[in-house]
Design a protein around this ligand. Structure first.
Ligand SMILES: Cc1ncc(COP(=O)(O)O)c(C=O)c1O
Length: 478
């Protein structure tokens, strides 16, 4: 996780203060370059999270605490997931679970994930256990694949906006360089080969060797799933540049819109470069269990899989998590029920959120997947902070979004600004809606209150400006 130097909450739980504070600063001269790099860069994700954790909302013990609609979690099927994970047939502990297992996943887990992929990702060519490796979460999986495919300083093309954790996952150990591919809200953040080519050519001209294109489908933070022709055009472009493509499909089973069904790269009738097309996935999102730490890598490149086996020695999941997930997936009837029910609940929570946003006249990108909605609050930004922000150029530290963000946190609602996802257009924020509806509703009410206050302040400052102008005109005429 990225370290952070700012805004360390005094009230954060002790176990979090260790991660979130820069208490190593006094002895930084004795740290390695890697450790200094890890702690040097402030992370918006962690800055905000530390504020939210310093005073978390609880309906009885801390009703004025901060409501966290910033962290991408899905609680909608917690009761059923807990019942399943706590059931005796899943929790069964055998002696082999107390010994070292296969570091890249037990045979039953790999077999059950292959079955899951074959049933839900609908690959054209069946996935077999030998195509898969398991690591401690998607973040560790992505870090490992970056280490396997890049040398320090090599480039990884990544369309913006993207999940902010990649900044860390791709750089901490692999020391890869993120090469941003620009997209725009005007065409729903469509990723085009042309934009990839521009980013690629600029990176190469600057002396960077680009090795990988990292796609996230469906997208975090927009919640948009890519269409098959969009994916194919990017795969074809990447083949022309001899690039590996890693498709992060961590929200594959969380596409709940009937309008735009999710299509995995594995489901395309022909893959332009099958040996260089890889997929990552994890239990974190689709099985609402960020804490379980089971991430999956798929590839048909045997050499790459061999490297992933080696990296898994230091990033393996625990035997307990391995067994629990294998047992859970082996109940295929339950999994089929769960996937549909989970989608239904996500669709309903989005619809309720969308109704509230429409009432508030907050524009948003219409998602078809995921736990969140990417809203455009630019109308409320300029009056709060520095109005100098434009819709072009890099996100600025002094941009007005920070004023609104801090004001929202002070009002007890934590959401993430687009800048945490390297979104170039200021004013976007990501709101997570897949929590208890009473909590989401209260969070949205707090958001509405702040936006209303900003509108009133803007109107009264306009009135003040107008009366000063009127006064000046009267003076001029008198
Ligand atoms: C697109 C994407 N990839 C990877 C991750 C990291 O997942 P994990 O919790 O399995 O490490 C996340 C977490 O939010 C994500 O949104």
């Amino acid at each position: 996780m990225p370290g952070m130097d700012e805004d360390v909450p005094s009230g954060a739980p002790p176990h979090q203060q260790g991660i979130l504070s820069s208490d190593a600063a006094s002895s930084s001269s004795s740290l390695s370059t890697l450790a200094r790099n890890a702690t040097a860069k402030p992370s918006l994700l962690l800055t905000g999270l530390s504020k939210a954790l310093a005073n978390p909302y609880h309906h009885t013990t801390s009703p004025l605490g901060i409501i966290n609609l910033g962290t991408a979690e899905n609680h909608l099927c917690f009761p059923e997931l807990l019942e399943k994970f706590n059931s005796p047939e899943i929790r069964i502990t055998t002696p082999d679970m107390l010994t070292y297992g296969n570091t890249y996943g037990s045979a039953p887990l790999l077999a059950s994930i292959a079955d899951l992929f074959n049933e839900f990702l609908r690959p054209c060519q069946a996935v077999v256990p030998a195509d898969l490796t398991v690591h401690a979460g998607c973040g560790a999986t992505i870090s490992n694949v970056a280490q396997a495919l890049t040398d320090p300083g090599d480039g990884i093309l990544i369309p913006c906006p993207f999940y902010g954790g990649f900044d860390f996952d791709l750089t901490l150990y692999a020391q890869a360089k993120l090469v941003h591919v620009e997209t725009s809200s005007h065409d729903n953040f469509l990723i085009t080969p042309k934009a990839c080519e521009t980013a690629y050519a600029n990176a190469v001209a600057a002396g960077t060797r680009v090795r990988v294109l990292l796609l996230t489908n469906p997208s975090n933070p927009t919640g948009l799933a890519m269409g098959p022709s969009e994916i194919l055009s990017l795969l074809e472009w990447a083949k022309g540049r001899n690039l590996h493509v890693v498709s992060d499909e961590i929200y594959a089973l969380s596409t709940w819109s009937n309008k735009n069904p999710f299509v995995s790269v594995l489901a395309l009738p022909t893959l332009p470069d099958p040996q260089r097309t890889h997929v990552v996935w994890s239990f974190s999102k689709d099985f609402g269990s960020n804490g379980i730490r089971v991430g999956v890598f798929f590839s048909r490149d045997r050499q790459l899989l061999k490297a992933m086996h080696m990296f898994s020695i230091l990033t393996n999941t625990s035997s307990l998590a391995d067994r629990a997930c294998a047992n859970l997936l082996s109940d295929r009837k339950w999994v089929a029920w769960y996937v549909e029910e989970n989608k239904k609940r996500m669709r309903e929570s989005f619809e309720k959120t969308a109704t509230a946003l429409k009432r508030m006249r907050v524009p948003y990108i219409e998602p078809d997947s995921g736990f969140f909605v990417f809203v455009n609050l630019s109308r409320w930004i300029a009056p709060v902070g520095d109005a100098s922000t434009t819709s072009h150029g890099p996100p600025s530290e002094s941009a007005g979004w920070r004023g609104l963000w801090n004001r929202l946190i002070d009002a007890g609602i934590y959401i993430l600004p687009g800048e945490a996802f390297s979104c170039r257009q200021p004013g976007f924020f990501r709101i997570v809606h897949t929590l208890n509806w009473d909590v989401v509703r209260l969070g949205l009410e707090r958001l509405e209150r702040v936006l209303d206050e900003v509108e009133v302040e803007t109107a009264s400052s306009h009135l003040k400006d107008m009366s000063v102008e009127l006064f000046d005109m009267q003076k001029f005429h008198s």
